[in-house]
Design a protein around this ligand. Structure first.
Ligand SMILES: [Zn+2]
Length: 70
């Protein structure tokens, strides 16, 4: 079965990620190619980092007896 990146749509052939031609519409198993996997991990990391910044800000406000709506 063809292995295709769910993001950039490239397909893995002989261990290499190749651009898909519109003609190859075979059933595919979806995954991330290494480049998109890295990109996705960076996005998750940034999301977590911003979440922890919000939490940190809430902790500071709490220590100042300021409450924010949940
Ligand atoms: Zn990709």
């Amino acid at each position: 079965m063809t292995v295709q990146c769910c993001k950039c749509k490239r397909i893995r052939q002989d261990g290499r990620w190749q651009p898909t031609s519109a003609a190859t519409e075979t059933p595919a198993s979806h995954t991330y190619c290494p480049a998109c996997l890295l990109e996705a991990n960076v996005a998750i990391f940034n999301e977590r980092a911003s979440f922890s910044r919000v939490r940190h800000a809430r902790d500071i406000l709490k220590s100042l007896a300021v409450t924010l709506p949940a």
